[in-house]
Ligand binder design. Structure first.
Ligand SMILES: [Zn+2]
Length: 221
């Protein structure tokens, strides 16, 4: 299929050429991925390492956290490069529509970061992704708050990690989630303890259901 570009689009693509969101190379007709879901975002060699998750679980998770997806996520989290946001949001939105097609959500939110980490990075990457996902629900990116840093998590054992994170999240003041169906977005699912802690805080505050959607998961889960 040949897609014709308007003169304006041609000019814009010269001024703002697309780059691979994983390795950063400029994308041209000869090196971009032939896969139509990936063509605007990945070069053909990075695209080979993109693995869609076909596992079925209670959560909506479209991708595996490996290869080009890991590289793109690291750019977003540690290099202030927001170019992967659109791809992650598209992938997440398709998966949410597919997995939760019969659910009418009341509130759409994301896993919060501490104020310190938002100040350091300039944004909460889960919020950036979630805010590009089109869901028919009230969006409240500050529904939950993170009260303490959990940045040393990787140094802890699984039990210590769980204990540390369980008390890290709470409902922001002035919020009422009683009886509500809530969709919660996170970037990467590692052990599941972050989403579990957020879901617990929402359920203890009276939410009727919490549905979880993450961009990518580690394969050993
Ligand atoms: Zn690439």
């Amino acid at each position: 299929m040949k897609i014709f570009k308007s003169e304006t689009e041609k000019l814009l693509s010269i001024i703002y050429p697309e780059r691979c969101i994983a390795c950063g190379c400029y994308l041209s007709e000869s090196n971009r991925s032939p896969d139509f879901l990936l063509a605007h975002y990945f070069c053909s060699s990075c695209a080979l390492t993109v693995n869609w998750s076909e596992e079925r679980s209670d959560c909506a998770i479209p991708l595996y956290y490996e290869g080009a997806i890991r590289d793109a996520m690291l750019r977003l989290k540690f290099k202030s490069d927001v170019s992967p946001v659109s791809f992650f949001a598209e992938a997440l939105e398709r998966e949410i529509r597919c997995r939760f097609y019969n659910v009418k959500f009341d509130t759409f939110t994301c896993v919060p970061s501490t104020k310190e980490s938002v100040a350091e990075r300039g944004y909460n990457q889960s919020q950036l992704i979630a805010s590009k996902v089109r869901i028919d629900a009230e969006c409240d990116w500050n529904l939950l708050k993170k009260d303490k840093a959990t940045s040393v998590q990787h140094l802890l054992s699984a039990t210590e990690r769980k204990k540390n994170i369980e008390s890290a999240y709470s409902l922001s003041s002035g919020r009422d989630v009683y009886g509500k169906k809530i969709l919660l977005v996170d970037d990467i699912l590692t052990t599941g303890s972050t989403c579990e802690a957020c879901a617990r805080a929402l359920l203890l505050s009276g939410a009727s259901d919490v549905y979880v959607a993450c961009v990518a998961k580690r394969k050993w889960l």
